[in-house]
Ligand binder design. Sequence first.
Ligand code: NDP
Ligand code: 8X3
Length: 251
Amino acid sequence: MMKTALITGATSGIGKSTAIALAKHNINLILCGRRQNRLTDLQKELSKTVSVHTLCFDVRDKGDVFSAIENLPVEFRKVDILINNAGNAHGLSSIQDGNLDDWDAMMDINVKGLLYVSKAVIPKMIKHKSGHIINIGSIAGKEVYPNGNVYCASKHAVDAINKGMRIDLNQHGIRVGAIHPGLVETEFSNVRFKGDDQKADNVYKGYTPLLPKDIADIISFVVTRPYHVNIADLIVFPTAQASSTIVTKKI
Ligand code: NDP
Ligand code: 8X3
């Protein structure tokens, strides 16, 4: 029987590449994000291979999250794989200069949004005594770097939630694991720097960053292991990166 994966943040970057990669493995898809036009375009592209349903909601809105997931069409109701990927950094400032709205966005989206989506999906997995949750953390969830303060806190929270989920869902036969990327060239830095594309591009200059496909390929590998294998925690860097602050650039 074909599996179904629900991917948050499927309109861009890692989430979009993951959708494309999972379709190649014949996994049906529930694609989530706030930009319906992008969801529709991706649905059109991937529907040639697998069944695709789109859900347009902001993960911060718990009412919308629960109503979208509880009202899935019958054929999409069994969610086998949940990829908790939606998230971003908003700003890069010292703690004393931090912007309160940025702090709210990061905690509300990266932490609370991930929890709302998980809370809506987990009962379905418990009912079927199977499921696989992959939480997209970050190297920022393992280390703290200058001016990263609240983004790092949000990803440290994802790291802790991932571990907590794995413990609590163990008795229900549900696999839980996290992937923690380093620098991946996506729209991430455009969002972090609020549309300053030059500043965003500079983040990825002078070395070869990871591409979203690199993470998507790893997610494909993780979800296609035999059911007794759970890849619990994975840090993935571009070769030029050794830690959050050590990146060898040739410029
Ligand atoms: P992108 O900006 O390319 O993608 C972010 C995705 O999250 C988009 O699809 C966006 O969709 C979705 N999203 C953001 N806010 C919300 C919201 N409020 N409600 C619903 N969806 C939302 O960045 P990446 O692909 O790089 O980021 C994906 C994940 O990877 C994030 O959790 C990020 O923290 C993590 N990560 C990224 C790294 C990098 O270097 N790029 C490194 C380590 C981790 P839409 O705007 O349509 O809602
Ligand atoms: C995204 C990578 O280095 O900006 O999580 O924290 S970094």
